[in-house]
Design a protein around this ligand. Structure first.
Ligand SMILES: *Cc1c(COP(=O)(O)O)cnc(C)c1O
Length: 420
């Protein structure tokens, strides 16, 4: 980064500081990851200079000899990795990808159904503050109070009652396997388009560590930067020719202008990496690690929503520990354990000060950590949270200081991809 430090030392120093912070932190935020050096390199290229509105072979600007090949490679790799016949790799991110689904299949005022945000759905699945909840009529399903799992009977009866045009499955805080065949049956029965939003689990699906929505969902939306370990971006996939046309038109010219070609190239690189045996091993280890961490936490008296995990994610209700999510997340962060506070189902507290935290294992697994490191992390989390609950600020401070030193010793042994 010698030019950057010369031209803009302020930004260069901040980037270096963030690099150090990422290297020295046990990152447990389940929607984040570390991309490889190869993905980073593709992202920082001259491809950012090029405008390419349209699709390969049908562009509105000249000079697409190279860009067309890059986008085509990304598309072919997505098709072969996920086993679909159509892929659009242009959405700028997961939220615009989901908006394209609305534009393709709904008119303003039509009904959409998705998981409610407080239960683990995404804003773009029809939540009230989102454009998708303001411009469309939205119906929300949740989880059962007794099991913490999606109530498929509720999904079916709501779908029969409200007849949504699109049903979203998938979300941001779901620790359990998504039952794509069951959603597909309900969508067929009620005449809805089933959209599987696999943003969180795309890498697990690609690596065979979570069932695939292919063959069940009509359309699939995913980000590329979570478990898939690519750059920030998104894809839309389908094996239906008509749906593919509608999605392509919705992305461009419906919603977006020129695609981010440097991102497209980096997506292609990530898809190549995700098709290797190493990545399959990675995806399975993410789940093995999450189960190990969940067991450690449960044995230490943490309440886990749904009792555990099937995937990369653990949702913790801290009520039994006597602390709220936000102060716990802040104390953990100061100890070098990065999490995010999160609402839990039926949370009596406010969204900005909820009862839970959400953690996951994609990033620590990318660093090569295994089950014994997960048990160590679980015990650190317990030490910090238990001390915080006791309310002795000085004692908590010294726990945080000691744990942070131990975290640094661990992260030094497991260099993060792209930062090593
Ligand atoms: C992360 C996420 C999104 C949105 O992705 P952005 O890139 O942040 O816009 C959409 N849906 C789900 C389920 C997600 O987890």
């Amino acid at each position: 980064m010698s030019s950057l430090s010369h031209v803009d030392p302020e930004i260069a120093e901040l980037i270096t500081a963030e690099e150090r912070r990422q290297a020295d932190t046990v990152k447990l935020i389940p929607s984040e990851n570390y991309v490889s050096r190869a993905v980073l390199e593709a992202t920082g290229t001259v491809l950012t200079n090029k405008y390419s509105e349209g699709y390969a072979g049908k562009r509105y600007y000249e000079g697409q000899q190279v860009i067309d090949q890059i986008e085509t490679l990304a598309i072919e790799r997505a098709k072969s990795l996920f086993g679909v016949t159509h892929a659009n790799v242009q959405p700028y991110s997961g939220s615009p990808a989901n908006l394209a689904i609305y534009l393709a299949f709904l008119n303003p005022g039509d009904t959409v159904m998705g998981m409610g945000l407080p239960f683990g759905g995404h804003l773009t699945h029809g939540w009230s503050v989102s454009a998708t909840g303001k411009w469309f009529s939205s119906v929300r399903y949740g989880v059962r109070r007794d099991t913490g799992r999606i109530d498929m009977d509720e999904v079916r009866s709501l779908a029969l009652e409200h007849r949504p045009k699109v049903i979203f499955c998938g979300g941001t805080a779901i620790p359990r396997t998504i039952d794509f065949p069951a959603f597909a049956e309900i969508a067929r029965e009620t005449g809805a388009v089933l959209a599987a939003d696999i943003a969180h689990i795309a890498g697990l699906v690609a690596g065979g560590a979570h069932p695939s929505p292919v063959g069940h969902a009509d359309v699939i939306s995913t980000t590329t930067h979570k478990t898939l370990r690519g750059p920030r971006g998104a894809m839309l996939m389908t094996s239906d020719d008509e749906h593919a046309k509608a999605l392509n038109k919705a992305v461009f010219p419906g919603l977006q202008g020129g695609p981010h070609n440097h991102t497209t190239a980096a997506i292609a690189v990530a898809l190549r990496e995700a098709s290797t045996d190493d990545f399959k091993t990675y995806a399975h280890q993410v789940v093995t690690n999450a189960k190990a961490l969940a067991e450690e936490l449960a044995s230490r008296g943490f309440t886990l929503i749904s009792g555990g995990t099937d995937n990369h994610l653990i949702l913790i209700d801290l009520t039994s520990k006597g602390v709220a999510g936000k102060p716990a997340a802040q104390a953990l962060d100061r100890a070098g354990l990065e999490t995010n506070y999160n609402t839990v189902p039926f949370d009596p507290r406010k969204p900005f000060d909820p009862s839970g935290i959400r953690i996951g294992t994609p990033s620590v697994t990318s660093r090569g950590m295994g089950e014994s490191e997960m048990r160590q992390i679980g015990s650190w989390m317990d030490e910090v949270v238990t001390s915080l609950a006791k309310g002795d600020a000085d004692a908590t401070e010294s726990v945080i200081t000691r744990v942070h030193a131990e975290v640094s010793a661990l992260t030094a042994k497991f260099p993060a991809p792209g930062l090593d």
